[in-house]
Design a protein around this ligand. Structure first.
Ligand code: SF4
Length: 369
């Protein structure tokens, strides 16, 4: 594609793309990747299980955050069979802090299915992988292409943005029509050989160069091929259009003590931290110990079966989960009777180290220790 200097619109990109456009794009992209690829632990392996774990961890999470989690996880569960045999609490404990815990529970469930139905071997086809819990078309394509080096296209946040700009796709990339167009494009650009390297290079370029707010077009190997660059439409293409609207909420967590023990409960299905443990916790209306005591006692009783006398405010934590901005008041309380009901139980504070806790549950446990 030639750059347009005079204000004339650039010539439209033909569909399907010409063979020489695709071969130039592949050559340029792969040469750049050879120079610029980051050395990441999951790139040193072709083990489909490890590729899968890394791809699941990387969903909605930054590379630098994932790195230590990935290393700890595959050290604890080196094979899919080890993961399948693990206790869910151990899996969640190693995932603690990474967020989106449903990913960990699906990974664990899928590992059990791989062992039960596939003899411990990961399926080699996109369709076979997509029968496993938590694996969609993107993750399946990533495992098939990266681990088996077979031509399966991929489309995730970074490549959606990059491809949208490359062809100056004017529609909404996340709409059904947009997804059809971009998946077709990802497939069209993919070479028959070397899919592992190509897909990783595409994601890497999206992450490092074709950034959401300020793409580094001057450093981009695809600049001469990029239609958005040619027509000057980068500003409106590929950036996140939907602004998240936050909802402010107030919640309380209560550290109920009975002698040397504290009361915790396992969050149930449908709750925000399903599978993890936490102190009794709920939304509250009242603010401050004087006003909240009755409400706290009633809700602790409702959640756990334990009667308590709420005391001082220990601390207030602020944190965000998806669209919620939460102010969490953490109170002390003394047990005053009742009978603990599952999934709540009494534990010694030292046992909290082995339980998977919500992020605020972990902060609070450190405070009370
Ligand atoms: Fe993205 Fe700019 Fe490269 Fe186009 S030239 S692909 S907008 S970084």
């Amino acid at each position: 594609m030639t750059r347009v200097a005079s204000g004339e619109p650039p010539a439209p990109l033909p569909a399907p793309l010409p063979a020489d456009y695709k071969s130039r794009l592949r050559r340029r992209l792969l040469a750049w990747y050879g120079r610029s690829a980051r050395d990441l632990p999951w790139r040193r392996t072709r083990d489909p299980y490890r590729v899968w774990v890394s791809e699941v961890m990387l969903q909605q999470t930054q590379v630098d955050t994932v790195r230590p989690y990935f290393e700890r996880f595959v050290e604890a569960f080196p094979t899919v069979a080890d993961l399948a045999a693990a206790d869910e609490e151990h899996v969640l404990r190693l995932w603690e802090g990474l967020g989106y815990y449903r990913r960990a529970r699906s990974l664990h469930a899928a590992a059990k299915q791989v062992v039960a139905e596939h003899g411990g071997r990961m399926p080699r086809e996109v369709a076979g992988l997509m029968t496993l819990p938590g694996i969609g078309r993107y993750t399946a394509g990533a495992v098939v292409s990266i681990a088996y080096d077979r031509p399966a296209p991929i489309l995730e946040a970074n490549t959606i943005r990059l491809l949208t700009r490359l062809v100056a796709y004017d529609g909404e990339p996340t709409s059904a029509a947009g997804q059809r167009r971009l998946w077709a494009l990802a497939e069209e650009l993919l070479p028959h050989k070397g899919a592992a390297r190509f897909n990783q290079a595409l994601m890497e370029l999206g992450a490092l160069v074709c950034k959401p707010a300020e793409p580094l077009c001057g450093e981009c190997p695809l600049e001469p091929l990029c239609r958005a660059r040619a027509e000057g439409s980068i500003g409106r293409l590929g950036a996140t259009t939907k602004k998240l609207r936050f909802t402010d909420t107030r919640e309380a967590a209560v550290v109920v003590r009975r002698g040397p023990s504290v009361l915790v409960r396992r969050c149930g299905e449908g709750e925000r931290w399903a599978g993890l443990w936490d102190f009794p916790r709920f939304a509250i209306d009242a603010e401050g110990p004087l006003f909240a005591a009755k409400e706290l006692a009633g809700k602790v009783l409702q959640q756990t079966g334990v009667r308590c006398e709420p005391g001082a405010l220990i601390t207030t934590l602020k944190h965000g989960v998806t669209r919620f901005r939460i102010t969490l008041d953490c109170y002390e309380a003394a047990a005053a009777g009742g009978r603990v009901r599952k999934p709540a139980r009494w534990v010694r504070p030292s046992e909290l180290a082995d339980l998977p806790l919500s992020v605020t549950g972990r902060k609070l446990s450190k405070l009370i220790l």
